[in-house]
Design a protein around this ligand. Structure first.
Ligand SMILES: Cc1ncc(C[n+]2csc(CCOP(=O)(O)OP(=O)(O)O)c2C)c(N)n1
Ligand SMILES: [Mg+2]
Length: 283
């Protein structure tokens, strides 16, 4: 289960794990006949690098270990990819993924910290993850503790004003223990972001709010690993990593298609996806 230590070998291993996360999430969405396939697929490489690449200091055998890094999935609708990642990291058995959205399952359509080990915050209503993360990062600062806070947001999600209130607060306190990663897949629910509420110039906007910003290919496990293993981007400032991604990444019929925001794969489509992703079956 350990990621190989050397560059290209590690990057290839993480890509294979990310593709397993993709097929697992699609299988879960098929099981539930609900879900958010496009955003699951765009975030898989980021999640794999964070949790399986050893970036996050977490302990699956002690999920509430006080010194752990905190990760918040602000785009809570990406739950299937997140749960698959947590299971792959050992927070709970992979077999449990088969219960996604079943009555009484711990695996709700959106993450619940009171049910599932490894989940730090209940999310789903967009625009709450960054505010919670800022509070957590401030708490670490006040207690003089070394743990860090990571939050993954959608790009359409950044249209929620609460993010920008939180960003102002993060810069005011110079929270360089906070990293926001944006899944910049350019699609929200129903349409492209730039046709809905324009996001650009997004990097400049974060800079104007006091963040040190860097941009990365959100599907290069090598580039993600290199970037995320050298944080903060700048001492004294919160970090923002714009991860340029493709919604539906890795599966031809879903790539860059707004309809796949909450598209559910058929049995036949799962077979095609498995072939394209190079994964036999997820579980
Ligand atoms: C406050 C709020 N409004 C609306 C929704 C419904 N909703 C769920 S996902 C989504 C689109 C999110 O797009 P984006 O942030 O770009 O996510 P991704 O592309 O990564 O799936 C919307 C509008 C919600 N969950 N919360
Ligand atoms: Mg998006």
């Amino acid at each position: 289960m350990e990621a190989p230590r050397e560059g290209l070998e590690r990057a290839a291993w993480l890509k294979q794990r990310a593709n397993w996360i993709r097929l697992s999430a699609m299988t879960m969405n098929h099981h539930a006949q609900l879900g958010h396939t496009g955003g699951d697929l765009s975030s898989a490489d980021v999640l794999a690098v964070l949790f399986l690449g050893g970036i996050l200091q977490v302990d699956p055998s002690g999920p509430r270990w006080p010194q752990r890094d905190r990760f918040i999935l602000s785009k809570g609708h990406g739950a299937a990819a997140y749960y698959s990642t947590l299971a792959a990291r050992g927070f709970f058995p992979v077999e449990q993924l088969k219960t996604y959205m079943d009555p009484l399952s711990m695996l709700n359509g959106h993450p619940d910290r009171n049910k599932l080990p490894g989940v730090e915050a209940n999310t789903g209503p967009l625009g709450h993850g960054l505010p919670i993360a800022v509070g957590a990062a401030l708490a670490a600062r006040m207690r003089k503790e070394q743990w860090r806070v990571f939050v993954l947001t959608g790009d359409g999600e950044l249209q929620e004003g609460s993010n920008w209130e939180a960003a102002m607060t993060a810069q005011h306190y110079g929270l360089d223990n906070l990293t926001v990663i944006v899944d910049r897949n350019r699609i929200q629910q129903g349409d492209f972001t730039e046709n809905t509420i324009r996001m650009e110039p997004l990097a400049e906007r974060f800079r104007a709010f006091g963040f040190a910003v860097d941009e990365v290919d959100g599907h290069s496990t090598e580039a993600l690993y290199d970037r995320l293993s050298q944080l903060p981007v700048e001492a004294g400032k919160p970090s923002c990593i714009l991860a340029h991604t493709v919604k539906g990444k890795g599966v031809s019929f879903a790539e860059n298609q707004p309809a796949w925001h909450h598209g559910v794969p058929s049995k036949e489509q799962l077979v095609t996806a498995a072939r394209e992703l190079g994964v036999e079956v997820a579980w």
